[in-house]
Design a protein around this ligand. Structure first.
Ligand code: GRG
Length: 257
């Protein structure tokens, strides 16, 4: 039953953006894309765990995710919570047991994922998103909130890929900066979709942000769109290459931005 629930959550209509970014990053920084496959799958497990928890009645209370009813609606809240815990645990196991990587690399990747999930990452971002009063949602705090909710896993994917490729400190810094800007643009784009797109197109509920302050409510649609384009330009500048597969994939992530 647990395996069914987990398989259902992982197998839905997700974009697999984080594994693809990790593999493209490994290639971009001089390694083999397949060397980052297990690491990318671990990130997808963490991301899926976060979506399962985010959808729960005590959080966003969402009905649809990845084109199907949310996990707790199909399998019950108990199975949903345990599926998320199992996925998070398994993610670290996949990295620890990736025998294509040396022990030092596995250790570095474990640290990268732990930083992305914990007190400065997804968990911190989620509690702020749920509990911060509207008065705390100015541009600066929304920027750091978006980073904690979305940017951190993009940074983990890109930096992890660079580490797997054996990239030096400069390569890792460029990967982090690119990921930070891409994650910000992606979260803005996600907010924009929430207010302008449909369940049929997105596979998840629209208007989930109603009643919340996001950049779309602060800035309006036009300024949000213009900022997405500007931030994508910053990302490409950090990468220093706009004609590579990594840049092409990053651009394809935000159609009609
Ligand atoms: C313990 C892992 C863990 C998390 C606890 C619930 C939580 C803290 C964090 C949730 C954060 C959250 C829901 C961020 C949203 C990020 C985002 C933009 C999701 C949409 O990503 P896509 O479009 O989704 O890549 P697909 O379904 O395509 O993979």
């Amino acid at each position: 039953m647990l395996a069914d629930a987990v398989r259902n959550a992982l197998g839905g209509r997700g974009k697999r953006a984080r594994p693809l970014l990790a593999m493209l990053s490994a290639e971009h920084f001089g390694g083999q894309p397949l060397a980052a496959l297990d690491f990318g799958c671990a990130l997808e497990m963490v991301h899926t765990a976060s979506l399962i928890l985010d959808d729960l009645p005590c959080m966003d209370d969402a009905a649809m995710r990845r084109g199907q009813p949310t996990l707790h609606r199909r399998f019950g809240e108990d199975a949903a919570v345990l599926s998320a815990v199992a996925l998070l645990n398994q993610a670290y196991g996949v990295i620890a047991e990736d025998d294509g990587l040396d022990a030092q690399t596995r250790l570095m990747l474990t640290g990268i994922v732990s930083r992305a999930v914990g007190f400065g990452g997804l968990v911190a971002g989620q509690i702020r998103d749920l509990r911060d009063p509207p008065a705390l949602r100015d541009e600066a705090s929304l920027t750091s909130l978006n980073h904690q909710k979305t940017g951190v896993l993009f940074v983990a994917a890109l930096e992890g890929g660079a580490v797997i490729a054996g990239g030096d400190a400069a390569a890792r810094a460029s990967a982090r900066l690119f990921a930070d800007r891409l994650g910000f643009a992606f979260q803005l784009w996600d907010d924009l979709q929430d207010s302008t797109s449909t369940l049929e197109i997105m596979g998840k509920d629209a208007l989930q942000d109603e009643g919340r302050v996001t950049f779309v409510t602060l800035w309006g649609l036009e300024r949000t769109r213009a900022t997405i384009s500007a931030v994508i330009e910053e990302a490409l500048a950090a990468l220093g290459d706009r004609d590579c597969p990594l840049a092409a994939y990053a651009l394809s992530l935000m159609p009609h931005a």
